[in-house]
Design a protein around this ligand. Structure first.
Ligand SMILES: [Zn+2]
Length: 311
């Protein structure tokens, strides 16, 4: 049984304009490294379906879904519309966002049903800054939360963990999940960085650790051991979702946590061990940030290698 690798060419058509760091080339940077390192030979490559309204509405308000669909329809051919100061859409963005969320749903279906041991979604737009009723921070639909809510609603899961190691706090995921005790969210992020929140958790099911700038590998690993692992051991998740952002890498200008590939490899190992102990290894990982193309490709590859057990 092969691990699932889910992506879609539609995700490359979403383009926020010249020089935007959340660029279409990000997906190719990840794909190329996975290919070069031979990891795609060990994965079943699948096209992401479109998420349905019902699936999206488990994470987002009906009002927001209507509003975003309406704005998306008003984008002129070849043009853009601004959603927030950092976030634009073009004529293909809506379709790409539906594919990205649909990838998380397909990944959930495969892993929850035992048809794939784990899944990695190489997708954009990313999702973890998308709140219940707000887009922002390059995100429109909260892909990973759509997957989590699908696991809870359709696969009889009662306890699901969300791990977020993107350099930015997953404020959107926290906004949607903070009062959902079926979910434990564990986040490590750089303090005083967009979205400038997370220091005070919104709910008891939120394990947030803000680290100062330039914390480096040791502080990151210590936070995982001190805050995440005991909480995960106590919670005993039936399935683990990962918001896999690689913008904490020291070569990525978007943040300054100064992490390296071996940190992503190490944290993935810890999560695989928890998954093997409590949930038959079930992990769904979705790409979030990572904007320096070279370190993004290398870091995602280090993560996937451990995830699929090819290390
Ligand atoms: Zn980020």
């Amino acid at each position: 049984m092969l691990a699932a690798y889910i992506t879609h060419t539609d995700c490359q058509k979403h383009d926020m304009g010249n020089q935007h760091p959340e660029c279409p080339e990000r997906l190719g940077a990840v794909n190329d490294q996975l290919l070069i390192k031979g990891l795609l030979d060990y994965m079943d490559q699948l096209d992401a379906p479109l998420a349905t309204r019902e699936q999206l509405a488990r994470a987002h308000s009906e009002f927001y879904l209507d509003e975003f669909a309406e704005i998306a329809q008003s984008v002129p051919d070849g043009g853009h519309r601004q959603i927030d100061p950092d976030t634009n859409i073009n004529e293909f963005s809506y379709q790409a966002a539906l594919r990205a969320a649909g990838a998380a749903v397909l990944a959930t279906n495969l892993v929850a049903a035992g048809q794939a041991p784990v899944a990695f979604c190489n997708i954009r737009p990313p999702g973890h800054h998308a709140e219940r009723s707000n887009a922002g921070g390059f995100c429109f639909f909260n892909n990973v939360v759509v997957g989590i809510r699908h696991a809870l609603a359709q696969h009889g899961m009662e306890r699901v963990a969300l791990i977020d190691f993107d350099v930015h706090h997953g404020n959107g995921s926290e906004d949607i999940l903070f009062d959902d005790q079926r979910v434990l969210m564990c986040s490590i992020f750089e303090k005083n960085l967009y979205p400038f929140c997370g220091d005070v958790p919104m709910g008891a099911n939120m394990i947030n650790v803000g680290l100062p700038s330039r914390s480096g590998s040791e502080a990151f690993r210590q936070a995982v051991m001190d805050a995440w692992l005991p909480a995960l051991e106590k919670f005993q998740p039936q399935m683990i979702f990962i918001s896999a952002g690689f913008d904490g890498h020291r070569e990525d200008d978007m943040g300054n946590l100064a992490l390296v590939e071996s940190d992503y490899e190490w944290v993935t190992k810890q999560l695989v061990q928890i998954a093997q102990k409590y949930c038959q290894g079930r992990i769904v990982s979705c790409l979030e940030g990572g904007y320096d193309l070279s370190s993004l490709g290398r870091s995602a590859t280090a993560h996937v290698r451990v995830l699929i057990g090819a290390d």
